[in-house]
Ligand binder design. Sequence first.
Ligand SMILES: [Fe+2]
Length: 452
Amino acid sequence: MTTHDLPAGMVTAATRANDLQYMPGFGNDFETEALPGALPQGQNSPQKCNYGLYGEQLSGTAFTAPSHQNERTWCYRIRPSVKHSGRYTKIDLPYWKSAPHVDPDVISLGQYRWDPVPHSDAGLTWLTGMRTMTTAGDVNTQVGMASHVYLVTESMQDAYFYSADSELLVVPQEGRLRFCTELGVIDLAPQEIAILPRGLVYRVEVLDGPCRGFVCENYGQKFDLPGRGPIGANCMANRRDFKTPVAAFEDREVPSTLTIKWCGQFHETRIGHSPLDVVAWHGNYAPVKYDLTTYCPVGAILFDHPDPSIFTVLTAPSGVEGTANIDFVLFRERWMVAEDTFRPPWYHKNVMSELMGNIYGQYDAKPQGFVPGGMSLHNMMLPHGPDKTAFEGASNADLKPEKLDNTMSFMFETRFPQHLTAFAATQAPLQDDYIDCWDSLEKKFDGTPGLK
Ligand SMILES: [Fe+2]
């Protein structure tokens, strides 16, 4: 069942399927109620809540986190979350891995590229269709990340999920998904992203399948907007372009399953109702979506190619200043105008590890082979850069202003080395010849001066 055809008695803003409402802003202190008067005013914990609701706090940071980082949301719900819990049994989701996960039979050292992971005939949900490509850091100490590809063809039926381990950054590449969460409903399509906070319960439905995309599972500190420094108060990702859903709830008493990811393992519990029963909430810990086409890139307007960090959309800090647990970086349409400049990304060896995905179009450093739905990995201290075609083309191009059009790729860049899963190394469509793309680069140096 989808929220398109809700049974009588199920009161939810999501019934307005084509009229989902969102509130603008990143990290705002929002307040929203699906029934009038459901949200207490002037206090969090009245002796009795309106409609017989239970008040409950969802803490996204430690109580004592600094004020500018402190995140929590007060929920007013039909049942407290302890009623959406019970005895747990462990279940196996063999393709969803967590760090540390080092497969002794897999070589993670190298430059890797994959074609899009194909869909299969099997019906797959958000849980069964998640395919981990890489892991980094340690889920138990809350550092690092995992990258996944999702292949989803079926909606979760009376089934719900939350990750205690991580927030999920979702990057669709194909198909449309609906995330029915405790705090409201998000519809998500390619060219958009969503962040699902740690601990948030949700169900994922297929609006338009099959669906494929990428997920960055962030074990560490939450994603935030990067500081713009001298760029100032505008451009890059602007706060108003982030959208958080209004409150929506389900009052539905049917046998249901809640799956929890906790310290890298999956656990299931049976409950008799939908846990999406938050009628009103206020706070700053909530899911959010963002339209990538609103990202305003800033770049070189005279010469040279800046570091790719200039295209950072979101950054999840680590304990080391300026060294991200994860940066989410976007390479989208833009003008190239730099004079006397090798315009594509330069050759590079990086202490950070770079996992890229193509959402659509052609990436300028790799005109062939890096296709929509495909991924590449340039791991910690592994050299990479333009192939021969890109190098020769850019070295000999007439440097007039040029619009890079039809291009949208991204990077999950982490300070930690990324370890391939067996799925990534043996089952996903790995391009065995990727390393050969640099073979034809020739030695031009012969000891004589001059531009060659
Ligand atoms: Fe790089």
